[in-house]
Every structure is written in structure tokens, then in C-alpha cells.
Design a protein around this ligand. Structure first.
Ligand SMILES: Cc1cc2nc3c(=O)[nH]c(=O)nc-3n(C[C@H](O)[C@H](O)[C@H](O)COP(=O)(O)OP(=O)(O)OC[C@H]3O[C@@H](n4cnc5c(N)ncnc54)[C@H](O)[C@@H]3O)c2cc1C
Length: 277
């Protein structure tokens, strides 16, 4: 019987494991190895690690967690989580693990606008978050490839950073190709624009099979509804990181710092529940 099983080994899951390890709680972390920022080489806006490769952050995170004997990390994909009166069962291949608490840190999946060439530059010169990737384009023109009302707000945010912000609808872009230090947008009218980088609005979805099988309540955004400590609508099940959204937030807070904070708070709540039992 584990005190907690963490599903997901990104920033949120690793932080939860670190906190539980420090409290000598028997913890299993299961990681299928598919991270939202898997194509990113430089993550930003994370204090003490601004610009670090996310793969390096995960390597350091795993090494830190490995120092705590009560935490076990396995590279494996969880097929199922079932809640019964006595706890939770987590199934991996044909093995079952029992636990008092599950911390879901399974993240979300992005679907990019269907523009040829965009995916090859995703996480580098194509991004969605100006807080993560805006400064890298400083003093040069950038494109906002998005025709929603959000585009104007994003353009205003980028005004102090970029030399010029150019808004274009995805349907007006035929193809995106790389240049030596940026991108060229080939437009359907035959013209082209060279920019340092482009911002797009991918459609994100919570990885749903475990969430739906447990019947976790969702927010209107599609994220899992949680309280400030990551507690979901099902007792003993917590959600942290990109897939979780508390009531007070306008949406899930997509950032490494927020994922780390969520992972830590949920682990604290798990320890509190264990001592209260
Ligand atoms: C292009 C891009 C650039 C970004 N740049 C920045 C940046 O510069 N700075 C910043 O702060 N944020 C950035 N972000 C946001 C940041 O990457 C996310 O907020 C963060 O990765 C969320 O962490 P997480 O732990 O919730 O999810 P993830 O890191 O996505 O981890 C999810 C984990 O769940 C695992 N998993 C899923 N299903 C299963 C299963 N069934 N069984 C076992 N494991 C499972 C996955 O393998 C993975 O380990 C960026 C995002 C994108 C898309």
C-alpha cells in the first residue's frame, strides 16, 4: 500500500514526489515520458533556472527525488485508476498498485493550427505564451497568428518587447518556413513576412481517460476542478499542474512555476489527510 501514487513526471509530479519524499511517505511516481514542453530547448521565467533546457530540469528533478528512499520512480504508463471504499487501485500493464491517494499530474496535449511548417518550430520560434518566449524576440518583428479577440490583447502585451506586431489569421497563412534566425510566413495572397517568431493559440485538451473514468468534475475550460490544494471532486484524488484549475482562476495556469507550486501544495494536503485519518 503506497501513501501516494503520482501519475506524471513533469514539473508538477516531480515536485509532489520531492515533498512526499521529504516527509518519508511511501510514494510511487509513474511517468510515461510524454511532456507538454517536449520540443522546448529553453524554458524561461522560472527563477534560478531562466533559460534552462526542460529535459535538464527533469533530469535534475529526478536526481533530487532519488535522494529520498521512500520514493520510487518508474517509467510506465498508467492504464486505469479505480476508486473503491478502501482506497484506490492504479493499473499499469497487468500490475495493480494500491494507494490512499492519487496525484494526477498528467498534463494536457496541444493541437496546433493546421499550417504546414508550424509544428517543426513549436517551442522555439513558434510559441503561445509571451511570458515564456516573448523576450527572445526583443527588438524584432513578431507575428500573432490568431484571429480571436485574444490576439489584440496578446499584441498589446508584446508591444514593449517587439519592434512591430503583425496580426494574421491562421487561414491567411499558407506555410511557415525557418530562416537563419526566425521565420518566414508565406501568406495565401502570395506575399511573405519575415519575423523573429510567431505566437499561435493551440487547442489544448486534458489527457482524459483517467479523469473521465474517475468521474472527476471539470471546469468550463475542460480542466479538472480543484480546490487550492489540488483536491478534486473525488476523495483521495488530487490534480496538479496544467490539467488542474481552481475556482478562483480564469483558466489553468500554464507555467512551470505554477505546476511546481501545485505539486507541492497537493503533496502537503496528502500528508495532512494521512495524519488526520
Ligand atoms: C511550447 C511550450 C513552451 C513552454 N515554455 C514554457 C516556459 O518557457 N516557461 C514555463 O514556465 N512554462 C512553459 N510552458 C508551460 C509548461 O511546459 C507547462 O506548464 C508544464 O510543463 C506543466 O507541467 P505538468 O507537470 O503539469 O505537465 P507535463 O510536463 O506535460 O507532464 C505530464 C506528465 O504526465 C505523464 N503522463 C501522462 N499520461 C500518463 C499516464 N497515463 N501514465 C503515466 N504518466 C502519464 C507524462 O508522461 C508527463 O510525465 C511551455 C509550454 C509549451 C507547450
Amino acid at each position: 500500500m503506497y501513501d501516494a501514487i503520482i501519475i506524471g513526471g513533469g514539473a508538477a509530479g516531480l515536485q509532489a514526489a520531492l515533498t512526499l519524499g521529504r516527509m518519508h511517505r511511501r510514494t510511487l511516481l509513474l511517468d510515461s515520458g510524454s511532456y507538454r514542453n517536449g520540443t522546448v530547448r529553453h524554458a524561461h521565467n522560472l527563477l534560478t533556472n531562466d533559460g534552462r533546457d526542460p529535459a535538464e530540469l527533469r533530469r535534475i528533478g529526478r536526481a533530487e527525488v532519488a535522494a529520498y528512499d521512500s520514493v520510487e520512480v518508474r517509467d510506465a504508463a498508467v492504464a486505469e485508476v479505480i476508486r473503491d471504499d478502501d482506497g484506490l487501485t492504479v493499473t499499469v500493464d497487468d500490475r495493480e498498485f494500491r494507494t490512499n491517494a492519487v496525484i494526477l499530474a498528467t498534463g494536457v496535449v496541444d493541437e496546433l493550427p493546421p499550417i504546414p511548417g508550424l509544428a517543426e518550430h513549436w517551442g522555439d520560434t513558434v510559441a503561445s505564451c509571451p511570458f515564456c518566449h516573448g523576450h527572445e524576440f526583443a527588438g524584432r518583428p513578431v507575428a500573432v497568428v490568431n484571429a480571436t479577440p485574444h490576439a489584440a490583447a496578446l499584441a498589446r502585451m508584446l508591444e514593449p518587447v517587439a519592434s512591430r506586431v503583425f496580426i494574421v489569421a491562421p487561414t491567411d497563412v499558407r506555410e511557415v518556413t525557418g530562416t537563419t534566425d526566425g521565420l518566414r510566413l508565406h501568406l495565401i495572397d502570395g506575399s511573405s513576412r519575415e519575423v523573429a517568431g510567431a505566437f499561435v493559440a493551440p487547442t489544448w485538451t486534458v489527457r482524459g481517460h483517467i479523469v473521465d473514468a474517475l468521474g472527476l468534475e471539470r471546469q468550463e475550460s475542460g480542466a479538472v476542478r480543484v480546490d487550492p490544494f489540488g483536491r478534486t471532486s473525488v476523495e483521495g484524488v488530487y490534480a496538479v499542474g496544467d490539467l488542474a484549475q481552481p475556482d478562483h482562476a480564469p483558466g489553468p495556469m500554464f507555467s512551470l512555476a505554477a505546476a511546481i507550486a501545485g505539486g507541492q501544495l497537493a503533496a502537503v494536503a496528502v500528508v495532512q489527510a494521512l495524519v488526520a485519518a
